[in-house]
Design a binder for this molecule. Sequence first.
Ligand code: AMP
Length: 222
Amino acid sequence: MRIVLLGPQGAGKGTQAQRLASQTGALHISTGELVREEIASGSRLGVIVKEYNDQGYLVPDEIIIGMVTSHLEPHSHWILDGFPRNVPQAEALSVMLSRAGSGLDAVIALEAPDSVVIERLAGRRHSLATGKIYHVSNNPAPASDPGPFIQRDDDLPAMIQRRLDLYHRETEPVKSYYAAAHLLVEIDACQPMDAVTAAILAARPAGGLTARGTASIGHVAR
Ligand code: AMP
């Protein structure tokens, strides 16, 4: 399984990626997490990317593409969450994979209106103990997760609208890029979480994906 999860912040990319990773064994690669780890490490790169992260802006393409290149093994099984965020990043990913003789199985676009994602982001909490993501009312933390639970600074209301505007302007065109490559599958992210996971696992892009064996998502026939 090599898939990209697209969708606005709060559509459930991180939650779905965690579920898919635990059900399929594929690696969950979140560029937002890579950025936050770099910041936490206190490295020079971390100081640079912190500026962008804290303001809700995208990290420059050459930096984020470099981070993805060093973490993504083209032939492994992975779920890419948060990348690509614009068309140049999508083009860079295509080049990176095709140079290695690899490719994507599907690009899943999780669809949700702004009003829904705003409500979800405002209630989102992250467990520092387990790294898991919860929602104060829709998906409260179980007793087995001791926390502490934090709210990301960029999930505060003032920042949410800026990130959504950026999504509509920069990331939505990525859907057309993958639709043209017949890799795009759009899924209603307002369904219950289990239904969204099932829909992703059942997803077959229109462009001739061939399921192999019992894999939930097969591989593009090449
Ligand atoms: P996320 O957790 O995916 O919302 O990402 C948090 C922050 O990391 C974003 O607001 C950006 O500053 C940065 N970031 C994550 N992924 C990318 C990307 N593909 N391109 C540029 N910046 C990114």
